[in-house]
Design a binder for this molecule. Structure first.
Ligand SMILES: Cc1cc2nc3c(=O)[nH]c(=O)nc-3n(C[C@H](O)[C@H](O)[C@H](O)COP(=O)(O)OP(=O)(O)OC[C@H]3O[C@@H](n4cnc5c(N)ncnc54)[C@H](O)[C@@H]3O)c2cc1C
Length: 402
């Protein structure tokens, strides 16, 4: 009897906002709505909240970057991100981290990490602290969302009414920790366009005999510039037993489609030619492979030198060296594909930004329905940009709800 009364009271309560998904964007949005005094409920399908925050950055959460602009994002229209990124900036989030006394460091390329192993939990604690007083229900399966005057959300344990519904269920990456395509399904239900989602920031795989040498180098890493038709990144690459990974490869994976070539500059912009020519003068009897092994990991050098390998430097004409370096600077590779959602850090594609108000993330077609975070067709580079997008889009949404 008392359970029925509880169900009834939950049914008739109309929330100002119901947030679906207690990840980075959902929790941050809930905290902001609490500050505005909005009656808010968070519904999460998994038993735990903020799981991706906890595993992010190797457990240290790369929570933002010192340099953030819409140019660090891709999607159909990256400029869409401008307004939210300006409304709530990286500096704003850093300020919150400082106020919470969370120690942090810049690792590389402006990437800010919590300064201790397991420290990602500090970020989650900061977010949950801000949600104090807001009910976060976990293990909730949403069976339907309908809109009449208010939104009606149906779950096996009861119905909830809300003036605004915020979809913060992220993308499809890492299904084993609860990632779903829920946001895309809801968008489609309401006639909102979704740009084809696919795995991004993901290791690349190579197949066929032609690429056996790539897998034979498993464990080798070096700095390189990796390019596609539209982007270029200078960071580390790592050969794996399936193909290639490392930051530069993850970055470029977001910019290629199946079957497209990538180009590796193994010199990483250094003047290898000058160094080899100078070695040729000083040590003419040194073999070419030994010379290249001083500039690249020796296993990689052995694979790359080809016929020139055992030749002494004095026997090589300068143009042979120049031609070799030219090839080394734009080495074409065609991945067979990538390791998919099981290994992808993010999902690219998603809710078409033409469908949303860029100041508030509200659907133009369905007033009161909002999408925030990774489910939108705005995908950040590796380096703290995806969390910054989660914070900024969540803030813009909370700010837009009156
Ligand atoms: C291994 C890994 C490491 C990463 N490291 C970094 C990093 O260091 N820096 C960075 O910027 N980005 C990083 N990312 C990316 C970053 O975690 C995401 O971009 C960010 O979490 C997106 O926030 P979100 O709130 O949109 O989605 P999420 O954080 O994924 O939250 C979505 C929430 O919705 C819940 N949910 C899903 N479906 C339903 C449903 N049907 N009903 C109710 N709830 C549902 C999920 O369980 C989850 O709690 C990493 C990602 C991975 C996988």
């Amino acid at each position: 009897m008392s359970r029925n009364i509880l169900k009834l009271s939950e049914t008739i309560k109309v929330f100002d906002a119901i947030i679906i998904g207690a990840g980075a964007a959902g929790l941050f949005c809930a905290g902001q709505l609490r500050q505005k005094g909005k009656k808010t409920l968070v519904l999460e399908a998994s038993d735990k909240i903020g799981t991706k925050i906890l595993i992010s950055g190797g457990g240290r959460c790369n929570f933002t970057n010192l340099e953030v602009s819409y140019k660090n994002f891709h999607g159909k229209n990256p400029q869409f991100a401008r307004s939210a990124l300006l409304q709530f900036t990286n500096a704003d989030f850093i300020e919150m981290v400082k106020r919470a006394n969370i120690p942090y460091v810049e690792k590389t390329l402006g990437q800010l990490f919590v300064d201790r192993q397991g420290g990602a939990n500090n970020i989650l604690q900061m977010l949950t602290e801000a949600c104090k007083g807001i009910k976060i229900k976990t293990g909730v399966e949403i069976t339907s969302i309908e809109k009449n005057e208010d939104f009606k959300i149906t779950t096996p344990e009861g119905e909830y009414l809300a003036r605004n519904v915020i979809i913060a269920t992220g993308g499809k990456s890492i299904p084993k920790i609860g990632a779903t395509g829920f946001a895309y399904d809801i968008a489609k239900q309401f006639g909102i366009s979704v740009n084809e989602p696919s795995a991004a920031l993901v290791p690349l795989v190579f197949s066929g005999q032609k690429y056996d040498w790539v897998k034979s180098l498993s464990g080798v890493s070096c700095e390189a510039i990796v390019s596609s038709k539209s982007a270029s990144f200078k960071e580390a690459i790592l050969f794996t037993h399936k193909g290639m990974s490392g930051p530069a490869i993850l970055q470029i994976s977001s910019y290629i489609n199946q079957g497209e070539e990538i180009y590796i500059d193994f010199t990483a912009g250094h003047d290898f030619e000058k160094k080899i020519l100078s070695t040729k003068q000083k040590h003419p009897n040194q073999s070419f492979v030994n010379t290249l092994s001083l500039l690249l990991p020796s296993r990689l050098a052995k694979e790359l030198v080809g016929d020139l390998g055992e030749r002494k430097l004095h026997s090589l004409k300068n143009h042979e060296i120049t031609d070799f370096i030219t090839r080394l600077k734009s080495f074409p590779l065609t991945p067979a594909g990538n390791e998919g959602y099981y290994k992808a850090e993010v999902t690219k594609g998603g809710i078409d930004t033409d469908e949303l108000n860029q100041k508030t993330m509200e659907s133009k077609k369905v007033p009161g329905l909002y999408f925030i975070g990774e489910c939108i067709d705005i995908t950040g580079w590796l380096g703290g940009y995806n969390f910054q997008w989660a914070w900024s889009s969540a803030w813009a949404c909370a700010n837009g709800i009156n």
